[in-house]
Design a protein around this ligand. Structure first.
Ligand code: FE2
Length: 141
């Protein structure tokens, strides 16, 4: 799909653990775009892809929020609120995918992929970059 999401150095927060998680996140978003290449999207395939994306988001956000707590990061509330927006959307998308019942999933799949990509792009470049100096100073590699 034209909109495949490529991890490039501009997205790096120069912390290996976080960069690796972000790369995995990109792959899972691309798996949503990949569904759009199919003429027929099987409901089970859609549920699996959305569940993986949502589960990974919870896991990745928990990693960051764990560090925020340990380091008493001053921007925790604003940052966590952005995570909350994504977590809520992930739940909403899963609900909507479950209720499709025979209607064409393509519009929903495109909405999910574009939402996730745009959210992630902004979130890394703006919010995640802000914790970079603190995490580095506290010894995260
Ligand atoms: Fe984050």
């Amino acid at each position: 799909m034209a909109d495949q999401f490529t991890w490039t150095l501009q997205y790096s927060v120069h912390l290996e653990e976080i960069d690796e998680q972000h790369k995995r996140f990109f792959q899972l978003i691309n798996a949503v775009y990949d569904l759009l290449l199919k003429k027929v999207i099987e409901p089970e395939a859609l549920l699996i892809v959305i569940t993986h994306l949502g589960d990974y988001a919870y896991y990745h956000f928990a990693t960051e929020e764990g560090y925020f707590k340990i380091f008493q990061y001053k921007n925790t509330d604003a940052h966590t609120q952005e995570h909350d927006v994504f977590r809520a959307k992930a739940r909403e998308f899963l609900e909507r995918a479950r209720r499709l019942k025979g209607t064409d999933p393509h519009p929903l799949v495109l909405e999910i992929a574009d939402f996730a990509k745009e959210w992630m792009e902004h979130h890394i470049l703006v919010e995640d970059k802000k914790y970079m100096p603190l995490f580095k100073a506290r010894g995260v590699r």
